[in-house]
Design a protein around this ligand. Structure first.
Ligand code: AMP
Length: 250
């Protein structure tokens, strides 16, 4: 059974991005880029399923500029068997990525696609859901535990106030939450091995997908600065301020 794992190249989570002066977006020139953290969790989960003998092949896919090859090499160093770059210089919005992944799923026929729950750059939280709709497959989002057996995936999800467990008939879509696993450290021997793994390059047109943007960004602004706090001498003053100034208690 094959598993497809889409991995996005994003600004590293340690980088504080700056809004461009014309408000058209954030400046990502010369900043460190890494694999989206939720996608690392997805690759780790797929690799563990392979190590457990449930899965036979893990295929990592990245859609974007040619440098996404580095992201794919990292996925292969964690444990993916091969990589596919869908190369495009265009801004790829979730719907475009979902269509590209659908075309690849039609071609590769995986039984499971494990995505991150969201990309930390656009915070869309849409691609997995859109892909499930395009394929007509069941989906379990925000997974904190996954088991696969007898043509079914059992997924525990973190929901408000507790855990929900779903049973999905394969093929299915799963998106990862933070507590699903802790991705392994990538070792040097595995980085070297990853360099020899197969990496294919396709273009959106090869997959017959129009990746034109459907959503236009009008403006990007910095969040408002937080004003400084104050210290209150005692609880009575705090309660008075909450009642009379902040008006958050009656
Ligand atoms: P989003 O819907 O943008 O928050 O992204 C959710 C998930 O979709 C990510 O964690 C990835 O697994 C996948 N994804 C989104 N964009 C891409 C991309 N350009 N290439 C590969 N996977 C992607």
């Amino acid at each position: 059974m094959k598993v497809l794992v889409p991995v996005k190249r994003v600004v590293d989570y340690n980088v504080k991005v700056r809004v461009k002066s014309d408000g058209s977006g954030v400046d990502i020139a010369n900043v460190k880029m890494s694999m989206n953290p939720f996608d690392e969790i997805a690759v780790e989960e797929a690799t563990r399923l392979k190590e457990a003998g449930v899965v036979t092949e893990v295929i990592a896919v990245s859609c974007g500029v040619v440098q996404c090859q580095e992201t794919l090499r990292t996925a292969m160093a964690i444990g993916a068997d091969r990589g596919i770059l869908v190369e495009s210089d265009a801004e790829l919005q979730p719907l475009a990525v979902a269509k590209l992944l659908k075309a690849l799923a039609d071609k590769e026929q995986p039984q499971l696609i494990i995505l991150g729950k969201q990309a930390i750059d656009d915070d869309s939280n849409q691609t997995g859901q859109m892909l499930a709709a395009l394929l007509g497959w069941p989906q379990a989002t925000f997974a904190s535990k996954v088991t696969v057996a007898d043509g079914k995936a059992t997924v525990t999800r973190e929901v408000d106030g507790g855990l929900e467990t779903l049973s999905l008939t394969l093929p299915a879509i799963i998106t990862t939450d933070l507590r699903l696993n802790e991705p392994r450290y990538v070792t040097l021997p595995n980085i070297m091995k990853a360099k020899k793994k197969q990496l294919d390059n396709v273009k959106p047109a090869d997959l017959g997908v129009d990746v034109a943007s459907r959503v236009k960004t009008l403006k990007v602004t910095e969040p408002p600065k937080r004003s400084a706090g104050i210290k209150v001498p005692d609880v009575a003053t705090l309660v008075a301020k909450l009642r009379n100034e902040a008006k958050v208690i009656g």
